[in-house]
Design a protein around this ligand. Structure first.
Ligand SMILES: Nc1ncnc2c1ncn2[C@@H]1O[C@H](COP(=O)(O)OP(=O)(O)OP(=O)(O)O)[C@@H](O)[C@H]1O
Ligand SMILES: [Mg+2]
Length: 276
């Protein structure tokens, strides 16, 4: 039996006054799915994030988180099910220490101090921030502040995690840290929706691609298929990651888009052993 969706949009539409930002967008995300939300600047990605977090309500259609219609809930109640990190998250921390900031969400949901502490510690640990827990957020470099904002969302232990450009300004090592933490969270059954222009990160971390084009859903398919299709990405202002481009250029079997898979396939084709 198919799992009932963690997130479901049914013909959802939203306009800012006369500006139609989203029109008739429908898709569902199952628990454990890892979805990239792609599209040009202004395509409607952040608007969709605001709909999922309940900051905005659709003018048309419905947005459901599990069996909750977002129109029936305030954002602070939806936070029981949806954790989010917005664009420019490094500017959104406000507490005196990183640990306090990460503790804010679970405390606001009414958990006892022991549970709040457990969740904050786990989230900090998942992002290798434990050593920074006592620091003032603004004493951290912006990249670590971005990680701290993500830790705050993880500490909600949400069924749906929605991230808007989580890797901007992160180096390769920190991106790998984020990927690892997301992997762990999804392994516990959460659904993941990530807005990103970072297609290399998307290829390594996510499985399904949803593309918005001027507020409309343009594609919804396995990310690997989409990333191997430069001719479809180009009009959307997207460039395939290097590994996908290489796979296509060499016509590698299965067109792998992840580094490890491409390395194994290349080694097989060349008759060599890849290094572990
Ligand atoms: N607060 C707002 N008031 C009016 N129009 C807005 C507002 N926010 C977004 N828009 C418009 O809605 C459309 C969708 O914007 P949105 O921010 O959702 O796009 P996006 O895909 O997140 O873009 P980006 O990649 O630049 O972050 C755009 O035409 C944008 O100008
Ligand atoms: Mg945006």
């Amino acid at each position: 039996m198919a799992l009932s969706p963690a997130l479901q949009l049914d013909a959802a539409g939203f306009s800012y006054g006369a500006v139609a930002a989203l029109s008739a967008v429908s898709f569902a995300v199952a628990p454990g799915e890892r979805v990239a939300l792609l599209g040009r600047n202004g395509a409607g990605k952040s608007t969709l994030v605001r709909l999922v977090t309940g900051l905005l309500h659709p003018d048309e259609g419905t947005v459901r988180v599990g069996d909750w219609d977002t129109c029936d809930y305030a954002p602070e109640d939806l936070a029981r099910r949806v954790g989010s990190v917005f664009q420019h998250a490094d500017q959104q921390l406000f507490a005196r220490t990183v640990r306090e900031d990460v503790s804010f969400g679970p405390r606001a949901l009414g958990y006892g101090e022991r549970e709040v502490a457990r969740r904050a510690s786990d989230a900090l640990e998942a992002l290798a921030l434990t050593a920074h827990a006592a620091q003032h957020p603004y004493d951290l470099p912006p990249a670590l502040r971005t990680l701290a904002a993500l830790a705050g969302a993880l500490a909600l232990e949400p069924a749906v995690l929605v991230l808007d450009e989580p890797t901007v300004g992160l180096d390769r090592a920190l991106r790998a840290q984020v990927a690892g933490a997301l992997h762990e969270h999804v392994a516990r059954g959460a659904a993941l929706l990530v807005v990103t222009h970072d297609l290399g990160f998307a290829a390594e971390t996510l499985d399904r691609g949803i593309v918005l084009d001027r507020g409309h859903l343009a594609y919804d398919e396995p990310l690997a298929t989409l990333l191997a299709s430069a001719e479809r990405l180009k009009p959307l202002g997207l460039v395939p990651p290097a590994v996908a481009a290489l796979s296509v250029a060499l016509e590698l079997p299965g067109l792998p888009v992840r580094e490890r898979e491409a390395a194994h396939t290349l080694a097989r084709v060349a008759g060599a052993q890849p290094r572990p």
